[in-house]
Design a protein around this ligand. Structure first.
Ligand code: ATP
Ligand code: MG
Length: 352
């Protein structure tokens, strides 16, 4: 496990807060990933001190989300988010409210969190505060809502998709009661901003267990409300593996080639994602009829390699290995557009 510097910095920040007479702990995803021995990517600190009190303790802070109780503390070198214990205000339209209420007790803060595995805290002495059986659920490999699943999803419908996302990232199953609650309320996903749905799907695409994630998306019935024909194409996701979200979006576009506008309109994809998809799909189609030198020349290596992967995920036998792509590209007689000035008729020959 990579115990990143942030963890150490967070502990020093906690110490300082405690010296000032308050209480502070590491919370959420960092505690989960620490217990799972996974890489920790950001360490969040929660405290009973109010944002103004935090700003008095540290000489260098940035107000990033002070209305939500978050202050970024900088004076230990690395930025650490420090958030005052809070409960969410009243929920409207199945969305997390904008306004929050600060509270002085940690249990109230843990209670508002989505899943048991995300609702633990780590003290500076190394104790784990686990009020909802998060450790046990980590051991069993399950995603379980904190409290009554149905009410939690009605408070914030995005949590349903987060459950699927965590299953894809961790290879966990969704606990039966939690799964049933999602099935019951899956239609509420329509209240959630498309940008947030986009973010969750992007995380699913780069997760370690994408196929499991898509299977859960179908089983929990969210797939009924999300364009992409996930059920029809489930098996085509079996070998899928991406290191960038745009590869996932491009693959989704490939699987839905006959109606790709529905995908782009619904998920509000960026031009970058759409252009990338267009290039890869084009290269993929050319691959099926064999790449010529011009295809090798005019496409970036990454586009060609992704198109190659698409063919593999689609179960198409490509009669050469993936490493050949770079080799062929390196050995092209023409390497740059400038060469064309000298040898313009090659282009004519290639495009024949
Ligand atoms: P990662 O950052 O690896 O994607 P995370 O668990 O840190 O995962 P974040 O979205 O960064 O997830 O949220 C941090 C913590 O805040 C979560 O672990 C959870 O405790 C809480 N949380 C986030 N979103 C929600 C939500 N919609 N409802 C309830 N709690 C939430
Ligand atoms: Mg996080």
């Amino acid at each position: 496990m990579k115990l990143i510097e942030d963890w150490e910095v967070a502990l020093r920040v906690i110490e300082k807060i405690e010296k000032a007479g308050f209480e502070a702990v590491i919370v959420g995803g960092a505690v989960r990933d620490y217990l799972l021995k996974r890489n920790i990517h950001d360490v969040d600190v929660a405290t009973n001190a109010l944002p103004e009190e935090i700003k008095q303790i540290f000489s260098s802070t940035v107000d990033v989300g002070i209305e939500h109780g978050t202050v970024v503390v900088l004076d230990e070198g690395k930025p650490i988010e420090v958030t005052t214990y809070r409960t969410d205000g009243t929920y409207r339209d199945y969305r997390r409210p904008e306004e929050v209420t600060f509270v002085r007790e940690l249990p109230q803060d843990l209670e508002r969190r989505d899943f048991t595995i995300n609702a633990m805290a780590f003290t500076k002495d190394g104790d784990i505060i686990d009020l909802f059986g998060g450790k046990e659920d980590l051991k069993k490999g399950i995603i379980r809502a904190v409290g009554d699943a149905n009410s939690r999803f009605r408070e914030d419908a995005l949590r349903m998709l987060r459950a699927v996302r965590f299953s894809a990232q961790l290879g966990f199953s969704i606990e039966e009661g939690t799964m049933k609650a999602i099935q019951k309320d899956s239609d509420l996903i329509e209240f959630i901003a498309k940008e947030r749905i986009h973010m969750e799907l992007s995380k699913i695409f780069v997760a370690d267990y994408v196929y499991l994630g898509i299977k859960n998306l179908i089983e929990c019935e969210l797939a009924n409300f999300l364009p992409g024909n996930f059920e029809k194409h489930l098996e085509e996701w079996k070998n899928f593996k991406a290191y960038l979200p745009e590869i996932g979006w491009a693959y989704l576009a490939l699987l839905n080639r006959d109606d790709v506008t529905t995908i782009w309109n619904f998920y509000k994809n960026s031009n970058k994602e759409k252009n990338f998809a267009k290039k890869v799909i084009q290269a993929y189609e050319q691959l099926l009829s064999r790449w010529n030198e011009y295809d090798y020349f005019s496409n970036d290596l990454m586009i060609l390699e992704t198109a190659y992967d698409f063919a593999q995920w689609q179960g198409i036998d490509v009669p050469f290995s993936k490493d050949m792509i770079a080799k062929v590209k390196e050995n092209l007689p023409i390497q740059s557009m400038d060469d064309f000035a000298l040898n313009g008729n090659l282009l004519m020959k290639w495009s024949e």
